[in-house]
Design a protein around this ligand. Structure first.
Ligand SMILES: [Zn+2]
Length: 334
């Protein structure tokens, strides 16, 4: 994954406080609160990963810290001392709390650092200290309870910005101490339009990429860069050839191995579903045996897929060969 376009989560570069087009209504809501002096002291932003939600939150931090006159600026000015710090990718008043060292959890020690951060002498006398916590789901019970204390009695002038997929897995007490803001995901056409600004691929390829990761434009872009849409097109043809006996199970399995196995499994699932749907509208009797066979294959695909996700880590090539040999047994079709 490294080197590819992941939704940035590390540094603070927010290019003058920019956010993505699909976040504009929410952005305006925050701007209005700031202008009226009604900014909450803690926010919980919920939304799908790979939608630019971290960028949005960085932009909020940037906008709040920017020294320009907010009544004249809808975004950070990009020129003041604070903005120049942001442009360097580091701002002393912003603390980012996220799992460290390959851990999936935010540790209690990291939460304890928040109080120190807020009490530290700021780079400017009256500055707000911003604490970004992502993903908030990574807070264990002890860490969450420790955070709760800071949320209840902020140790100074602090703005807490929490990011989560949904609030469901958070302590209700954390949720209730934050203003909950749901971040919208882009529509299919928004995703396609945005991908077109990021990639030189033709519109069909962009549409396939957008369809592969509905509402998650960064995931779609990543797949585009990894050549997944083009790869799937070739695999679709190979699966047809397999059923027609023009290609062998081993050949197709080797081709599948060139991408994460989930991509091949997802494609087979889609193709099965598509065929079941198209058979279901045809007269009964002639097709019911085929449908049964497809549904049986689909169950096998789910089983192998679950195996892949579990820790048992079975032999990939063997699993693929097994599925493909089942696929080969299907009667010839479209
Ligand atoms: Zn500024």
């Amino acid at each position: 994954m490294n080197g590819m376009t992941n939704e940035p989560t590390g540094n603070l570069t927010s290019a003058g406080g920019s956010h993505y087009p699909w976040h504009s209504p929410t952005w305006q809501q925050i701007v209005n609160q700031q202008r009226r002096g009604r900014l909450a002291h803690a926010y919980l932003f919920t939304g799908l990963p790979d939608t630019g939600r971290h960028q949005f939150v960085i932009s909020v931090a940037h906008y709040v810290l920017c020294e320009a006159d907010k009544s004249a600026h809808n975004e950070a000015c990009g020129q003041c001392r604070q903005c120049l710090l942001f442009a360097k990718g580091y701002h002393p008043d912003v603390l980012q709390v996220q799992p460290e060292d390959g851990s999936r959890a935010i540790k209690i020690d990291q939460v304890r650092q928040i109080a120190d951060h807020v009490q530290q002498t700021s780079n400017q006398a009256s500055a707000t200290k911003v604490i970004i916590i992502q993903p908030a789901e990574a807070l264990g019970t002890a860490a969450a309870n420790s955070l709760l204390k800071s949320l209840e009695e902020p140790p100074g002038k602090a703005l807490f910005l929490l990011i989560a997929d949904s609030g469901d897995r958070l302590l209700a007490t954390i949720r209730s101490r934050c203003q909950n803001v749901s971040l919208p995901s882009p529509s299919f056409s928004d995703t396609q339009a945005w991908l077109a600004t990021m990639s030189a691929a033709d519109s069909d390829t962009l549409a396939s990429a957008a369809a592969l990761a509905p509402q998650q434009p960064f995931a779609a872009l990543r797949m585009l860069e990894e050549g997944v849409p083009a790869w799937r097109e070739i695999l679709t043809e190979k699966l047809t050839s397999l059923r027609q006996g023009e290609e062998s199970v081993t050949e197709v399995a080797r081709f599948c191995e060139k991408q994460p196995v989930a991509h091949a499994i997802n494609l087979m699932t889609e193709l099965c579903t598509h065929q079941v749907r198209s058979l279901a509208v045809e007269p009964q009797g002639r097709t019911s045996a085929q449908i049964r066979q497809l549904l049986k294959l689909q169950r096998e695909i789910y089983r192998v897929s679950a195996q892949q996700e579990s820790t048992s880590n079975p032999n990939l090539l063997m699993s693929l060969e097994y599925l493909l040999s089942q696929w080969q047994e299907l009667p010839p079709g479209r």
